[in-house]
Design a protein around this ligand. Structure first.
Ligand SMILES: [Zn+2]
Length: 243
């Protein structure tokens, strides 16, 4: 990546600026000079400066083997979603609970995703079905919102009017299988939400360079739309057929 936290100050800097400020030297055998590490804006860990050459632009690099969502290829979800050992009966029960209590689920998702729309809600449920997410053993209704939220990105145009940023979620390192979210209840993984400037190009996806803010605390949002009785009826009917 090309932008990170400055090694010493709380500001974002480009790799080329760090290179300029701390010199073009890198650590060599027997050399006492230590390049101060920059810090990743997404995972907070140290980054090594890779100096620019005529062929490559100066950039920052994570240590090998450590997980950071910025290292993943942009379109591949980093979480494995499909159950390895599906439990269709449990899936049926869970879908029935969703049909009965979908408004609670929707409210929880509204807490996580600003301007979360019914269109997005339906899209998440469709995706959950196509991935057979319901059939995970041990998955309970209470964990659904924080699991479903991982199934999509949230650009401005799929949310309710007023959303200006693009949102994406991830869990801290170590979580690679969605089932890890509920098999360790005493050590709940941290959920992060990044806000991005939407990309200028149609069909583009924001890069981690475009991150505006990262959040891992969830308060009541300023604005939450109320559902009208017609909307409730529509979703009830849709779920009765869909789930
Ligand atoms: Zn990182």
């Amino acid at each position: 990546m090309r932008v990170a936290w400055h090694p010493e100050r709380d500001e974002f800097v480009k790799a080329s600026d760090v290179e300029e400020e701390f010199g073009k030297r890198t650590l060599a055998a027997g050399d006492k000079f230590e390049q101060p590490p920059a810090r990743c804006r997404v995972c907070g860990r140290n980054l090594t400066l890779v100096k620019g050459t005529p062929k490559i632009v100066a950039h920052f690099r994570h240590p090998a083997l450590l997980f950071c969502p910025t290292k993943e290829t942009a379109r591949a979800p980093y979480l494995r979603l499909r159950p390895v050992d599906p439990d269709p009966e449990a899936g049926k029960r869970l879908r029935q609970i969703v049909a009965d209590r979908w408004q609670d689920l929707y409210s929880e998702l509204q807490l996580l995703v600003p301007y979360f729309s019914l269109q997005e809600f339906r899209a998440l449920l469709r995706r959950a079905s196509s991935q057979r997410l319901w059939e995970h053993r041990g998955l309970e209704f209470e964990q659904l919102a924080r699991t479903l939220v991982m199934l999509a990105d949230y650009p401005p145009w799929t949310g309710y009017q007023g959303r200006k940023l693009w949102f994406r979620f991830w869990y801290d390192h170590g979580i690679r299988d969605v089932a890890d979210l509920w098999i360790r209840p005493n050590d709940p993984p941290r959920l992060f939400r990044a806000s991005f400037e939407p990309p200028a190009s149609i069909g583009g996806r924001p890069a981690y360079e475009d991150v505006v803010a990262i959040k891992d605390e969830w308060n009541q949002p300023d604005w939450v739309p109320r559902l009208g009785s017609r909307q409730i009826e529509q979703i009830d009917n849709w779920l009765a057929k869909f789930l």
